[in-house]
Design a protein around this ligand. Structure first.
Ligand code: G3P
Ligand code: MG
Length: 246
C-alpha cells in the first residue's frame, strides 16, 4: 500500500534544478532532465498576448532584469529579459521559457511533468485550456500532473480533462484535506511540509492518499516526509536528494 515507512520517495525537481541553476529556466530544466529522478515541477503564467510562459511570480522583478507584471508584457518583451543574470553572470543568456519549449525538452524523457497553474492571483482567462491543449498535442497526458492553489481552476481542469492527474496545492493544516480534494476531484494532495508530517497528513497517507510535498531541501526533512508516508517531494536539490534516497 502507498505510504509504508521506507517505501521509495519520488523526487521532483522544484522549478527545475533550481538550487544550482536559475529557477524555471532551460538551464534548470536541462539539469533536471539529465538526472534519473521521477519528475520536474514548474509554474505557468500567461503573457499579454496569450502565451503560456514558465515563471514563478506574477511579476518579472525578482527573477529577471526587468520589471512589471507578466500579464502586461508580450512574449517578445518577456524574451528580451535575462532570467539568469540575478542568479549568476554565467546564466545571463537564460530567457523565460515558454511552456512549449519545456515540453519539447522533456518530450522523450521519462520524467513526470508537474505543471502548476499560477492563476491564484490573476485569473488568466484561457490559460488552463491552452495548457491542456498543448499537453494533448504532445501526447503526454499520462505523464502530466496539473496542480494549483486555485482550486476552482483545478476542478475545471479535471472536468475538462478527466484523464489528466490533478494535485491540490495548499499551505494550511487542513482539517480534512482528503474530503476537500474529493470535492474538486483532485487525485493527490500537494501540501507544504508541516501538513505532511503532522497527524492529518500521516492519517491521509495511511488511508491511501497520494501526498507530494513542497519544498523539501533538507535531508532530515526528506526522511521525515518519507517516514510520514508521502509519495514524493518537490526539492530545489534533486541531485542531493538522489544521493540520499536512491
Ligand atoms: O508545486 C509545489 C510548489 O511549487 C508550490 O509552491 O510557490 O513554489 O510554486 P511554489
Ligand atoms: Mg510551483
Amino acid at each position: 500500500m502507498d505510504g509504508e515507512e521506507g517505501s521509495p520517495l519520488e523526487i521532483f525537481a522544484h522549478r527545475g534544478a533550481s538550487g544550482s541553476r536559475p529557477e524555471n529556466t532551460m538551464a534548470a530544466f536541462r539539469k533536471a532532465a539529465e538526472l534519473p529522478i521521477d519528475g520536474v515541477e514548474f509554474d505557468i503564467h500567461l503573457s499579454s498576448d496569450g502565451v503560456p510562459v514558465v515563471i514563478h511570480d506574477e511579476t518579472v522583478d525578482r527573477t529577471t532584469d526587468g520589471s512589471g507584471y507578466v500579464k502586461d508584457l508580450t512574449l517578445n518583451e518577456l524574451k528580451r529579459l535575462s532570467a539568469g543574470c540575478r542568479f549568476a553572470d554565467e546564466y545571463s543568456d537564460e530567457r523565460i521559457p515558454t511552456l512549449r519549449e519545456v515540453l519539447e525538452l522533456f518530450r522523450d524523457k521519462p520524467h513526470r511533468l508537474n505543471i502548476e497553474l499560477k492563476s491564484d492571483v490573476f485569473p488568466y482567462p484561457g490559460m488552463r485550456e491552452k495548457v491542456i491543449a498543448m499537453v494533448r498535442e504532445f501526447g503526454i497526458a499520462d505523464r502530466v500532473i496539473l496542480s494549483s492553489f486555485d482550486h476552482v481552476t483545478l476542478e475545471a481542469a479535471k472536468r475538462e480533462a478527466p484523464d489528466i492527474e490533478t494535485g491540490m496545492l495548499f499551505v494550511e493544516i487542513l482539517a480534512d484535506a482528503p474530503a476537500s480534494a474529493a470535492r474538486i476531484r483532485a487525485d493527490a494532495l500537494h501540501p507544504a511540509m508541516p501538513f505532511a508530517v503532522r497527524e492529518p497528513g500521516r492519517l491521509a497517507a495511511a488511508k491511501g492518499a497520494v501526498l507530494r510535498v513542497y519544498t523539501v531541501n533538507e535531508a532530515k526533512h526528506a526522511l521525515m516526509v518519507r517516514e510520514a508516508g508521502a509519495r514524493a517531494i518537490f526539492t530545489d536539490y534533486p541531485d542531493r536528494m538522489l544521493n540520499l534516497l536512491k
